[in-house]
Design a protein around this ligand. Structure first.
Ligand code: BG6
Length: 470
């Protein structure tokens, strides 16, 4: 791997921070929403008041990242710490908090990579405006970005405008702060949120480049390739439709500044009246010329089949678009939450996205496991094995397939609450001692994978052996 490859990790602060309403923070959607449990899983939601108390432990957590040898660390600035209501004045205490964090990272030679919105819209913007469905919220977001970038200029080189922007139409409350209005169909919501989140992304890119032309800006999606269930052409057409709408659409728009033909057809064939004026189109076009890289998360691959019991094409496409069956792939095992483990799917995704867009890529990847601390230790060989396979696969993509990859961000340095507010689903290299209800002492314990990843980074990805004495 190239010498300046950005090995590191990523975390979203609202899932780890706690620090509930401290220092002027307002409520955000993750604090207030009743998140739908993952399919087939008993709901075990923790409250978000303490989470894994990263708010008060951030220096200790960054010290552990430095000990692992992190070159880069991606985190998110919680919107409601900077603008507690979203439509109000900037909260200086919030800016100070993240500036201190960035300074601390820089003092440890860790490159900060900052996500500007990550499932953390101020709750007030959902209740009063219905989030990104309302164009006023796009302006609040642009002002929010402006205040952050103005303060952090010169300190942050890498920005991410909007975490997993493609999930906005699916989990609209959490990802876009929007409830689907009663009179609106899901496909209409899909179209409107696609447009509005792209305008938001475009404005953010342009603001960042105006304030700090030296900064690098990336778009970000949650990428999960859909494989056709069989080699029957009906399944291939279904998977192709799903991949375009679910995976490619945001990057197609971000990189070209145009709405792709398949999306225009989707909108026209359903008589959806999108609201996308010339000024907004110019913003999106301008942003497309200034975009530096494409970031994506990869956790799993999926399977898509045709829905041949539905005759009407539009009804069939809509069913495919919102299909939640999670069809099993017989070739791969899954984790306890049914997420298929397919490491070569990462190589496929890297090759596919690089050849489609020809822009540097930045990947996030990891596995959630139900773990117990025993005598101060966590033997997470399952996580090591997951990372071994995925890192081997990305090395092939880079070294043999010529993909331009900026870095690898493991999800995640420390334990936190999953996006469904579960502490049971742990992702960290560091165990945080808390249970569902009992907060215990919140002490940090490096897992076995901590030492393994340290070795991977020190060897620039050459040594993936699991020979750690722990
Ligand atoms: C990421 C999301 O890509 O997926 C995170 O942005 C999330 O917020 C992660 O934690 C894993 O998903 P989950 O639902 O297991 O937390």
């Amino acid at each position: 791997m190239k010498k300046d490859f950005l090995w590191g990790g990523a975390l979203s602060n609202f899932q780890a921070e706690g620090g509930y309403l401290e220092d002027g923070k307002g409520l955000n959607v993750y604090d207030t929403l009743v998140v739908t449990p993952e399919k087939g899983i008993e709901p075990m939601f923790c409250d978000t008041k303490v989470a894994t108390d990263h708010y008060h432990h951030y220096k200790e957590d960054i010290d552990l990242m430095a000990e692992m040898g992190f070159k880069a660390y991606r985190f998110s600035i919680v919107w409601s710490r900077i603008h507690p209501l979203g439509d109000d004045e900037t909260n200086e205490a919030g800016l100070n908090y993240y500036e201190d964090m960035i300074d601390y990272l820089l003092s440890k030679n860790i490159e900060p990579v900052v996500s500007l919105v990550h499932f953390d819209m101020p709750d007030h913007l959902l209740r009063e405006y219905n989030g990104f469905l309302n164009k006023q919220v796009i302006d609040f977001y642009a002002e929010h970005v402006q205040s952050i970038v103005t303060r952090m200029k010169g300190k942050v080189k890498y920005w991410i405008t909007y975490n997993e922007i493609n999930l906005a139409p699916y989990q609209s409350d959490l990802v876009a702060g929007t409830y689907c209005p009663k009179e609106m169909s899901k496909s209409e919501l899909f179209a409107h949120l696609t447009i509005n989140t792209q305008i938001a992304h475009g404005k953010a890119v342009n603001v960042i480049k105006e304030v700090d032309p030296a900064a690098k800006v990336g778009g970000m999606i949650g990428h999960a390739p859909f494989y056709p269930l069989t080699c029957k052409s009906e399944d291939i057409i279904a998977a192709d439709f799903k991949n375009k709408m679910h995976n490619y659409l945001p990057f197609d728009i971000m990189t070209s500044g145009e709405l792709p033909v398949y999306f225009k057809h989707f909108v026209n064939s359903r008589n959806i009246k999108i609201n996308y004026n010339e000024e907004e189109q110019t913003i999106v076009k301008k942003a497309s010329k200034q975009l530096d890289y494409l970031a994506f998360s990869y956790y799993r691959s999926n399977v898509q089949s045709d829905m041949n019991d539905i005759e009407n094409l539009i009804a069939k496409e809509d069913a495919i678009l919102f299909d939640s069956r999670q069809i099993k792939n017989p070739y791969y095992k899954a984790n306890e939450w049914g997420w298929q483990i397919d490491s070569e799917g990462l190589r496929y995704s890297l090759i596919d996205l690089y050849h489609r867009y020809n822009k540097p890529l930045f990947v996030e990847n990891g596995i959630g496991i139900d773990e117990k601390l025993i005598d101060g230790k966590v033997y997470d060989d399952e996580r090591i094995s997951y990372y071994q396979q995925h890192i081997a696969s990305l090395k092939t993509a880079v070294e043999d397939n010529g993909v331009d990859l900026m870095g690898y961000l493991a999800w995640s340095p420390i334990d936190f609450l999953s996006s469904h507010k579960e502490i049971r689903k742990r992702y960290g290299f560091v165990y945080v001692n808390r249970e569902f209800e009992d907060l215990l002492d919140l002490k940090r314990y490096p897992k076995k994978s901590f030492y393994w990843y340290q070795k991977v980074i020190a060897s620039n990805g050459e040594d993936l052996e699991n020979d750690i004495k722990y």
